[in-house]
Design a protein around this ligand. Sequence first.
Ligand code: NOJ
Length: 531
Amino acid sequence: MTWWQPGVLYQIYPRSFADSNGDGIGDMDGITGHLDHLRGSPGSLGVDAIWVSPFFRSPGADFGYDVSDYTDIDPVYGDLAAFDRLLAAAHERGLRVLLDLIPGHTSVEHPWFRAARSSRTDPHRRLYIWADPTPDGGPPNGWTSTFGGSAWEWDEGSGQYYLHSFYPEQPDLDWREPAVHERIGEVVRFWLQRGVDGFRVDAIDRSIKDPLLRENPPALPGPRRFDSFRGQYHLWNKDRPETLDVVRSIRRSAERVKPGSLLLGESYIPIERLARYLGDHPGDAFDLVFDFPFLDSAWDAGALRHAVEAAEAHFPPSGWPCRALSNHDNPRHATRFGRGSLRAAAMLSLTLRGTPVLYMGEEIGMADVPASAGEALDRAGRDAARTPMQWRDEPGAGFTSGEPWLRIGDTSSVNVADQAEDPGSLLSLYRRLIAERAASPALASGSYRGLDTSPESGVFAYVRESGTERSLVAIECRGRAGSHDLFAAARGSLPKTGRLALSTDTSRPSSDDLDLSHVDLAANEGIIVSL
Ligand code: NOJ
C-alpha cells in the first residue's frame, strides 16, 4: 500500500490561501504559517499532502500557469528560501508536498521562447511548434484554443505562427522534440532533489499533437468540454496516443531522483481513455489521474453511482481512482450542488474508494463569489472559485491585512475560526471523516461495491470492505427524508442489522443499531454503518 492510496490530498491555490506581508496576495510564508490547519496540531484537518498550484516566476497571464522560470519562485510569493521553509515545516508535520508541473507550455516571456522567436535558426526554435501561414496569410489550420479563438498566434518577427492550446501568452512546447524531454526532466529533478514528494501534472493531453496538423471535425454533441468544445471535436490536438510516452518520460525523470514520487495527472477526457494514463503496471506512468467525469456529475444518486462505477470498470485492477469535487478551474460544489448537500458531499468524497483531493475552503463550505462588473481578472471567468480563504470573520477574513486581490465572500458563518470551535460545523465533520477514514482499513483502502437502490429512492449506497471489516455508506441526494430498504438493495449480501458509526446529522445518536431494511434518512443525510 502506498501512502497516497489511503491518503487525503488538499489543494492550495497560493494566491488565495494566506497573505503574510499585507500586499493582498497569498504567499509562501502565509502557507507555512497556516499548516496547523492541515496537519500536526490537535485541531488539524489531518490531510496527508498538499498540492500547491503554481508559484513559479510568471507574468501572470494565466495566474501562474504561464511560467517564465520553472525553478524559481515568483517574487510575489517569496523566494526559494521561503519555499524551503515551507517544505521543511510541512515535512516536520508528516505533510507531503506536491507541486504543479506544467509540461505543455511556457510563458511567452520564458527565455526559451524569447530565444525561439528571436530567429528561425536559434536552437530553441525547435522546443516550440511553428508553422507557415496558408497562402492567404491565415493560420496553418483551424484548431481552436481552450480559451477561444485560433490556437495559432502570428509571430511578426520570425514570420511564422506558433501553437498555443491555451492563451496566446502560453506557447506550446513540442514533446516530439527530445530537448523538451530533457529540459522538463531537469525541472522534475530540480524539485525532487529539493525534497518535494511529487507533482500534479497540468493538461497532459495537450502535450502531443498531430504532426500533419490535420483539421479537426466539427463538435459532437456530448459531455461538455471533454472532447468537443470551441466548435470542434479535438481529435488531432488532444489526447493523441503518443501522450503516454510523455507521461513515461516524466516518470523516468522522477524515478532517477526519487523512486515512488507521486505523479497525479490532469486531463479532461472520458474515463475509458483516462485509464490509459495509468500505464501497464504500477509505477509505469501516472499513479493517479483526476476523475473529471465524477466532478462533472450532477448531485444525483444515479449519476454519481454511474461515474464512480465507470472508473471502477475501466481502471486496471491495480488502478486507484482520484476525485475532487472542486478545484480552481470549476465552480465550487457548494454553488453547483447547493449548500444543503455539503455535509453529505463531504462524506461521499471521503468514503469512496480512491484518493480524495479537497480544494481549500470546501471544508468550511466556501461557495463561488462572483466578481462584480469591472472586477473580473481571469479572462476565462474562473475568479469566483479562487477567492481568498476565509480564516476569520473580520475585514480581510484573516487572509490579509491589506486589500485582497479578489473580493472575499461572506465570512459571517463561513470561516475557519468559528467552525473550529463548533462541533456541529462542516469543518468538524471534515475532521471527523478524515479521522474515521484514517482509522478504518475498509474506508481507507477497502474494496467498493455499489448497492442496487432504486432510482426513485435518491440514495447512493455502497459497501467498503477490507478483511473482516465492512462499512456501509448511504447518502441521501434528493433532499427528501424517507425510509429505505438497504437490505433488499444489497440482494442478500448484507446482514439484517448494523451499527451506526457516523451520521452527517449530529443530532442522531451514533450507537444506534439499525435495521437495514428500514433505514431512515433525513434530507441530505449521509451515514456510515459498521456491519
Ligand atoms: C489547467 C489548469 O488547471 C488551468 O488553471 C490552466 O489555465 C490550464 N491548465 C493551462 O495551464
